[in-house]
Design a protein around this ligand. Structure first.
Ligand code: HEC
Ligand code: HEC
Ligand code: HEC
Ligand code: HEC
Length: 306
């Protein structure tokens, strides 16, 4: 009996110690970045006192949007034009300085995850970047951030519009028109309702869990089993990823390979089509408050569509 109690207590202590260790490591990470930021700020401004600014988790929260983004805890120089030549995570946001287009999306109102997705409340590098296991909205960076623009800029689906700020999305959109995806797939954003293939109008608003439950990753080369990777490899070779079961022993189990064509796309083209596909959003799921929509005439169609 005594042995059991000693065993239980020591087990508990080990778990507790481990917990404290993990907690310390994680807090140390963001504290280190923030302390360095203040040191740099003190130098830039020429005020040594700033180097001792209190260290704390910072958060952007907007009641209407209902997101709490803590990215600025480490990315503390994100809206400071003087930090343009500093390394990450201190750098000024690209296209922010001198009234660049990103500055039209005031961080104190928009936060970060409205464009970057991911877990806004986490404060470690591992939980906010790259591929994060079991996270329903994977962090977006590089070209993939462009999948978020159409949450608000609906006119980007019009072929008369070209925005260089969303160049990869524009390339994907044009390819999708040229290759005739709308002949098989319903794509509400293009006004097509074909039924030869799944409706892809809400593809970008699906959670990772919903996607992985109904997609076979066994032929995916990458170890990252997430939606954008499946889409990308599927565009490069649809039949490899969805070969069907033409040779199943029981005729009842036989299914044909996918009819989606293999266009021999380049990797850049497959990326552009993946960005396009994941830009197709369900407005009910995204639930962007009206005050976040640009007030321009070309958005009337979108507001109507909502
Ligand atoms: C613990 C500190 C920390 C937090 C919190 C943090 N970042 Fe970072 N971030 C970094 C560091 C360090 C780098 C550069 C090194 C790297 O890429 O890992 C970076 C790089 C980046 C990059 C460019 C590299 C890449 O992954 O593509 C993006 C984009 C980014 N962060 C976005 C975010 C967003 C959005 C959030 C909030 C959801 C966030 N970060 C939260 C520390 C942080
Ligand atoms: C309006 C959409 C939008 C918002 C809001 C936004 N970003 Fe970005 N961010 C982008 C885009 C687009 C890129 C990719 C730019 C590129 O690669 O040229 C990017 C790139 C970055 C990078 C990588 C920079 C580099 O040099 O590679 C970091 C870090 C970053 N964002 C952090 C943040 C943080 C932190 C916030 C919140 C304070 C934020 N972003 C809010 C759209 C946004
Ligand atoms: C949550 C909604 C939202 C998202 C997401 C968003 N924007 Fe915006 N964007 C706005 C609003 C609001 C304005 C301000 C427009 C105005 O002043 O009428 C704006 C302005 C702009 C402008 C300036 C052009 C103009 O008409 O004034 C550009 C360019 C732009 N956004 C590009 C992007 C890109 C590229 C992305 C994706 C990386 C993006 N936006 C994501 C809401 C959004
Ligand atoms: C000849 C008909 C056809 C054309 C044209 C076509 N597809 Fe498909 N597509 C399919 C079929 C059938 C499936 C379901 C089987 C599979 O996953 O391959 C599919 C699957 C998909 C999926 C996965 C959907 C899901 O929920 O699993 C995406 C995304 C997709 N197609 C995008 C596109 C895009 C973008 C284009 C244009 C570049 C396109 N397709 C052109 C027939 C087509």
């Amino acid at each position: 009996m005594v042995k059991h109690i000693v065993f239980a207590i020591s087990g508990f202590l080990i778990v507790l110690q481990l917990g404290i260790f993990v907690y310390r490591e994680e807090t140390a990470e963001w504290k280190g970045y923030q302390a360095t930021y203040y040191k740099k700020l003190a130098e830039v401004v020429g005020d040594p006192k700033l180097a001792n600014s209190p260290i704390k988790v910072t958060q952007i929260w907007d009641k209407k949007l209902n997101r709490a983004d803590r990215c600025t805890t480490c990315h503390a120089g994100i809206a400071n034009p003087a930090f343009e030549n500093e390394p990450q995570p201190y750098t000024t946001h690209p296209n922010f300085k001198d009234g660049g287009y990103i500055s039209k999306h005031a961080f104190e109102k928009f936060g970060c995850t409205i464009c970057h997705e991911g877990n806004g409340q986490a404060v470690t590098v591992a939980a906010t970047h790259g591929v994060v296991k079991h996270l329903d909205r994977q962090p977006l960076s590089g070209a993939y951030v462009q999948t978020a623009c159409t949450k608000c800029h609906y006119e980007l689906y019009s072929r008369d519009v070209y925005w260089p700020e969303a160049d990869i999305l524009m390339k994907g959109r044009d390819l999708a028109y040229e290759l005739g995806c709308g002949a098989c797939h319903a794509i509400r954003q293009f006004g097509t309702n074909a039924a030869l293939a799944p409706d892809i109008s809400n593809m970008g608003s699906k959670t990772e869990l919903a996607f992985t439950l109904v997609h076979d990753f066994s032929r995916i080369e990458s170890d990252d089993h997430i939606t954008r990777v499946w889409e990308f490899e599927h565009f490069l070779d649809p039949e490899k990823i969805v070969p069907g079961k033409p040779d199943a022993p029981d005729p009842k189990d036989r299914t044909s390979p996918t009819i989606m064509p293999n266009w021999g796309l380049t990797e850049d083209e497959a990326t552009a089509l993946t960005v396009f596909t994941l830009s197709l959003r369900d407005p009910d799921v995204e639930d962007i408050p009206a005050k976040y929509f640009p007030k321009i005439a070309s958005h009337e169609g979108f507001l109507q569509y909502r």
